[in-house]
Design a protein around this ligand. Sequence first.
Ligand SMILES: [Zn+2]
Length: 56
Amino acid sequence: MADFDNIYAESNPFVRAHFDCLSCGGKLWEYAIQGQMVCEDCRSVFPSGEIFDAQV
Ligand SMILES: [Zn+2]
């Protein structure tokens, strides 16, 4: 599993997303590996597709 570990060691899996939390309006961070976004304030987790649909 060395290659798996290296993914986390060499790159930050979180990417700042240009979307606001649907619950509290806080800043969302995209968790690219999971295709999810997490709020830095309330820590709610949303599927990325749900965020795109809500804010387009
Ligand atoms: Zn939130």
